[in-house]
Design a protein. Structure first.
Length: 122
């Protein structure tokens, strides 16, 4: 049976989140929520790593069709970080203020990179 190849931006993003989730779980994290949304922000994956809540942004880019736009890491702008922080504050207000960090899973083509503690809320 042939693999289903995602075509829309949403399908590509969802497929990237599935790959990231499998990678994080294989490395000991427990997924608490997927696509946690509040007005003004969204978190792709909310995980638990020991006593820490981990807010994960997943970015997937195809292999270099437009090199001048940069890879997955370049798409996590200061504005995007503010939206993630906003959503994280809502999560913590609902579920308890515990130690947390912001990780990014970057997928460029078939290359996956997990950046732990990629940025801070302060």
């Amino acid at each position: 049976m042939a693999a289903i190849i995602p075509h829309s931006t949403k399908q590509i993003g969802d497929a990237g989140e599935e790959v990231a989730e499998r990678h994080l779980v294989a490395n000991g994290l427990r997924v608490l929520a997927r696509n946690f949304r509040v007005k003004g922000g969204e978190i792709d994956l909310v995980c638990r790593d020991g006593a820490n809540t981990v807010f994960v942004e997943v970015r997937r880019r195809s292999v270099n069709p437009r090199a001048n736009f940069g890879g997955a890491a370049y798409s996590i702008t200061a504005t995007k970080q503010k939206r993630l922080i906003l959503a994280a504050r809502h999560w913590l207000a609902r579920h308890g203020d515990v130690p947390c960090r912001f990780d990014c899973v970057l997928i460029d083509g078939e290359q996956l990179e997990w950046l732990k503690d990629a940025f801070r809320a302060d």
